[in-house]
Design a protein around this ligand. Structure first.
Ligand code: PAF
Length: 283
């Protein structure tokens, strides 16, 4: 455990430092992030520390998961502030902050295309997204060779895609999910919340309020599609500009559900102003 984590920027340095930190039986944990760290990220770091002896946090704004019309250029970047936060919370041993050239050197031509849980939902609006995530996560896992990697349930579909990726490629790492950390009004923490204008910020809090009310409604109202339609109407009435999806799915496969006969997940994506928000909760 260290109070001022060292920052390494190359895969070679990362491997060298992880090997030096790894004692005989010690376990290494990786928390992949895109930086602009908030309490949600810090909770992942705190949580993984319970499972491992050495904690590595990666900070890399991955161009491969942004479409040309998305916010890659304006995505918040704050490496030194992030390092300070990780130092202050005291659980991180090493920060891996590679350049784009280190992760995608000239001639890079590989893209990992995941099916199964990657189909639908986020992929409808962001068809490039999961291939970009899967490719970079595979590269980060192969670079750090952790025993455990931790991802937030805020990106629930992403978590399932990464589990599928790891199982299908036979990567020797345990993938753990950690609960969503929320603002006081229920808004799930996200680096993109910084984009919300003042009026939009109030509306944004309603996403969680509506989802919570639907969880209660799901107990009494059927079919499920009626509850989904009510939810979409409630979000539009609350001030959301568009609702990309609001749906109840099988919690493990994300297959559509007609009845609540197995563990389910309520997932939604909606836009307020120019900001697209996602949220989900267990049913
Ligand atoms: O969830 C994120 O921050 C990113 O998608 C991840 C997993 C770090 C890959 O770039």
């Amino acid at each position: 455990m260290s109070n001022s984590p060292q920052i390494v920027t190359t895969v070679a340095e990362l491997r060298h430092r992880v090997t030096a930190l790894r004692e005989d039986d010690s376990r290494v944990g990786l928390v992949p992030t895109m930086g602009a760290l908030h309490a949600g990220h810090l909770s992942l770091v705190k949580e993984i520390q319970k499972h491992v002896d050495v904690v590595v946090v990666s900070i890399f704004v991955n161009p491969a998961q942004f479409a040309p019309n998305e916010d890659f250029d304006r995505y918040p970047r704050a490496l030194m502030a992030d390092a300070e936060k990780l130092g202050a919370s005291g659980e991180t041993d090493l920060i891996f902050a590679p350049s784009v050239g280190e992760m995608y050197p000239p001639g890079f031509a590989t893209n990992i295309d995941v099916g199964g849980p990657a189909v639908g939902l986020e992929s409808e609006t962001r068809p490039h997204f999961f291939a970009g995530v899967a490719t970079v996560v595979a590269k980060l896992l192969l670079a750090a060779l952790p025993d455990v990697a931790m991802f937030g349930e805020k990106d629930y579909q992403q978590l399932l895609v990464i589990r599928r990726l790891v199982a299908d490629l036979g990567l020797n790492v345990e993938i753990l999910g950690a609960p969503i950390i929320r603002e006081r009004d229920g808004l799930a923490m996200s680096s993109r919340n910084a984009y919300l204008a003042e009026g939009d910020r109030k509306v944004a809090g309603q996403l969680n309020v509506v989802l919570q009310s639907l969880i209660a409604e799901l107990r009494d109202v059927s079919p499920i599609s009626d509850v989904e339609d009510n939810g979409k109407r409630a979000l539009l009435a609350a001030g959301f500009k568009t609702v990309d999806y609001l749906t109840v799915r099988d919690a493990e496969t994300l297959a559509p559900l007609a009845t609540l006969d197995r563990p389910a997940r309520l997932l939604a994506a909606a836009t307020v102003g120019n900001t697209r928000l996602i949220d989900n909760m267990a049913v």
